[in-house]
Design a protein around this ligand. Structure first.
Ligand code: AMP
Ligand code: MG
Length: 409
């Protein structure tokens, strides 16, 4: 049986980055730039005031003191959005507001709180340094500068930067469209009628949410009963997406028909079964360049195998360079047993305190118990036949940013 690392490697070598497309700024959020961004102009495009006050020539204030203030004639006003009408001459100042361009003939600004304002004049009682309260031309960005590299992930600040440069769109890698199929005679979709022996379809919805969180666009191809023709039909629909995920029907029972159906469709199966718990029966294949993930049916097994194998693949397709969740070392607040012969991924809550990260099992680790997944901030990775003792160290995959002990972020 393959290790998790071997399986992941097999998967990632068979998954490639999608092509780029131009997208509106907000639609770029969380996506990866496909080309560098080069500034076409200086930002700010002209020296401007960082305060409401008076623009002046610093040379006029060289000898100013409280006893002998410099008296300057106010020769105009320049609000933000306007340009001073004429040059300011020696012995003059100009009323100025935050963001307004510095008038010709001035080199500095004194905040209004610091001057005595008389009719038509101001008194300045200290020397003002050249450049004081002035934001110089190109302070933030120089024309021609590469401000973002290809491969950079667009966050809110990048959106602001692009807007500053006048860009309403950017070239980013496509979001993978990921088809999701649930299988099982017992599985009833939302809106359908439950009957004895039947359960709700939760996998489709949890997996769609995981796809969105990973940066993909989910496509729900519904629920197929445990019948070859029905499974094949919906798998065929799903194969037109950039990737396909199925859940259930990949174990060894007579009703586990997903692998057979994939074979019927001409898919190549690259791996089946990975030495882990939960999630052992995971299957990976491909057909016509579409990667196919056959995830186990138990809700937590499906979610955990998505985290370990599908999420990195989706991120690679979306052009991300960093594919994996962060892992940290943490100390166990109570013993974490793994009596099984496979590596375990156990649901834990994670806190951060002065001694570092600390983890505790979130409760029942059954692979159908979703409530302990809800409570989990991470997955503790425990080697086979091992119990991590209380205060012992364990590796943890962080699924959410950990809460700090005192409740602060
Ligand atoms: P299987 O892999 O088909 O043996 O399914 C394993 C377990 O997962 C069974 O208890 C199924 O009822 C359950 N299961 C399968 N599909 C879903 C689904 N879409 N939503 C919730 N549970 C499911
Ligand atoms: Mg089944």
């Amino acid at each position: 049986m393959l290790t998790v690392e071997e399986a992941l490697e097999q998967i990632l070598v068979r998954v490639s980055r999608l092509g780029p497309e131009r997208a509106d700024l907000l639609a770029c959020l969380g996506r990866v730039l496909a080309e560098p961004v080069v500034a076409s102009s200086d930002i700010p495009p002209w020296p401007n005031s960082s305060m409401d006050g008076f623009a002046l020539n610093s040379g006029d204030t060289l000898r100013a003191t409280p006893d002998h203030p410099a008296e300057l004639r106010v020769a105009g006003t320049v609000p933000a959005g306007a340009v001073a009408a004429h040059q300011i001459r020696p012995g003059e100042a100009c009323r100025i507001f935050t963001g307004a361009p510095l008038p010709q003939g001035t080199d500095s600004v004194i905040p209004q709180e610091e001057v005595d304002v008389l009719t038509g004049h101001i008194r300045v009682s200290r020397p003002v340094a050249p450049g004081e309260f002035v934001r110089p031309l190109g302070e933030d960005i120089k024309a021609g500068e590469r401000v973002l590299e290809a491969g950079h992930v667009i966050g809110p600040a990048e959106v602001g930067l692009l807007a500053t440069l006048g860009r309403s769109r950017a070239l980013v890698f496509r979001r993978p469209r990921v088809a999701i199929l649930s299988t099982g005679d017992e599985v009833v979709d939302l809106g359908g009628q439950l009957a004895p022996g039947k359960i709700r379809n939760s996998n489709t919805y949890a997996l769609m949410a995981q796809v969105v969180e990973a940066g993909g666009d989910p496509i729900n191809v519904g629920v197929a009963p445990d019948r070859r023709d029905a499974i094949e039909e919906r798998l065929r629909w799903g194969l037109s997406a950039d990737a396909l995920i199925s859940s259930a029907g990949v174990s060894v029972g007579e009703y586990d028909l997903v692998r057979d159906s994939l074979g019927q469709l001409g898919a190549e199966l690259h791996l089946w079964q990975v030495s882990m718990r939960p999630g052992k029966p995971i299957t990976f294949g491909s057909a016509g360049g579409c990667p196919i993930f056959g995830l186990p049916g138990n809700p937590v097994s499906a979610m955990v195998t998505f985290e370990l194998f599908v999420r990195p693949a989706i991120r690679k397709m979306a052009g991300h360079l960093s594919l994996h969740r962060p892992t940290v070392r943490a100390r166990a607040l109570s013993p974490i047993p793994n009596p099984g012969h496979r590596r375990a991924y156990l649901r834990v809550s994670v806190t951060a305190d002065a001694r570092g990260y600390a983890v505790r099992l979130t409760g029942n680790q059954g692979s159908a118990v979703l409530t302990s997944m809800v409570a989990a901030d991470g997955l503790a990775v425990v080697p086979p036949d091992t119990t991590v003792p209380q205060e012992g160290e364990v590796q943890v995959l962080l699924l959410k940013p950990p809460a700090s002990q005192n409740g602060a972020a």
